[in-house]
Design a protein around this ligand. Structure first.
Ligand code: ADP
Length: 341
């Protein structure tokens, strides 16, 4: 999949063109930059976690590490073992082998689990009750009843105007957002969301995506999301676990991923030698030459217009210039066994 954007306004925000609707989630919009991932403590760490159903491993010797502040994307085809892994972590299924450590605390897993909010399968909301009534009931069950917080959460997930609407009148997207409010009851430190955008329309997907980014960046919530939709996951995740047939076949963070799947600028020019000199003068050393005047450059890929201006100023004729995102999707598809879902 080659995804070339010939747009001088191209800006890399999670690998996509910045649009007006997404601008509130841009990197520099008041959010704090994350510290080096390796310096942040573990929130989930499993060792050789396994679960068998009738002698078949649903989860097979999984070593997963989620760090504080991560948006960790768990990718896998249907049946890969993602839900089972989540259920074991949450204490909803018993492992047959292995260990789990939560929040860097090996002593009290039951206490640690209280700091986790989750959305797995569907919470049993009552169709006859309103969003407000449903959440009040759920909060009582969870032992974290706080009317003010419930109203705040309903607002946060964008259902403020529908707070007194019956659940039966909710669209799928609204139900999913209410599910997220449910997961956020009691102010968890870690959110585990199983396929949170499954079955949603594009607008609802964008709303859930923006909410996930907001919760992570503004509230520093660690979030683990499973999905079989690689392109969707890559818009939010900064660390990935890839599951296939119960095994965690790869764990990789954004920095390592960008090294493997590098974004680049492709230029077609009349004079490659002169182009290299100009690029060097701009501090761009990481370049590759190809036939027919093509130059690939792997540095400063977010400064497309600056590069084209500089080349033009130096009398170089540019036949074409384009930014390429790097093929994250194909990389993950190859890890998943090659079949697109
Ligand atoms: P995913 O969430 O990635 O779609 P699951 O964790 O739901 O995968 O399932 C992994 C495997 O475990 C599948 O083969 C599934 O059929 C099996 N499995 C999951 N739960 C059960 C269960 N309760 N009983 C028997 N098999 C199960």
């Amino acid at each position: 999949m080659e995804n070339i954007k010939q747009d001088f306004e191209f800006d890399f925000v999670k690998g996509e063109i910045k649009t007006a609707t997404d601008s509130d989630i841009s990197e520099n919009n008041g959010f704090q930059a994350k510290t080096d991932r390796n310096l942040r403590p573990y929130v989930i760490k499993t060792e050789n976690l396994s679960k068998f159903y009738k002698n078949k491993a649903a989860v097979d010797s999984v070593n997963v590490s989620v760090r504080q502040g991560d948006i960790y994307g768990l990718i896998g085809k249907n049946g890969a073992g993602k839900t089972t892994l989540f259920k074991i972590i949450l204490g909803l299924a018993k492992p047959d082998n292995g260990t789990i450590e939560l929040f860097n605390d090996a002593t009290s897993i039951a206490e640690s689990r209280k700091k986790i909010g989750y959305l797995i399968e569907y919470p049993s909301f009552s169709a006859k009750l309103t969003a407000f009534e449903n959440l009040k009931y759920m909060a009582l069950q969870k032992g974290c009843y706080d009317e003010k917080q419930i109203i705040e959460l309903i607002d946060l997930v964008g259902l403020g105007n529908e707070i007194h609407k019956k659940f039966s009148a909710y669209s799928l997207g609204m139900k999913q957002r209410l599910g997220l409010a449910f997961a956020l009851l009691g102010s968890p430190e870690l959110l585990i969301l199983d396929e949170p955008v499954n079955g949603l329309d594009p607008e609802a997907i964008q709303a859930v995506r923006n909410l996930i980014l907001k919760l992570n960046r503004e509230k520093n919530l660690t979030i683990v999301i499973s999905s079989h939709l690689i392109s969707e996951l890559s818009k939010v995740a900064d660390c990935y676990g890839v599951m296939a047939n119960g095994k965690l076949v790869k764990e990789i963070d954004e920095t390592e991923l960008n090294e493997i799947v590098k974004p680049f600028i492709k230029l077609v020019v009349d004079d490659q030698t002169k182009t290299i000199d100009v690029l060097k003068s701009m501090g761009i050393e990481n370049v590759k030459l190809a036939n027919n005047g093509t130059v690939y450059c792997y540095d400063l890929v977010n400064r497309l217009s600056e590069i084209s201006k500089k080349l033009a100023e130096n009398g170089i004729v540019i036949f074409s210039i384009s930014a390429n995102e790097g093929d994250i999707e194909n990389y993950f598809i190859s890890l998943l066994g090659g079949n697109r879902q």
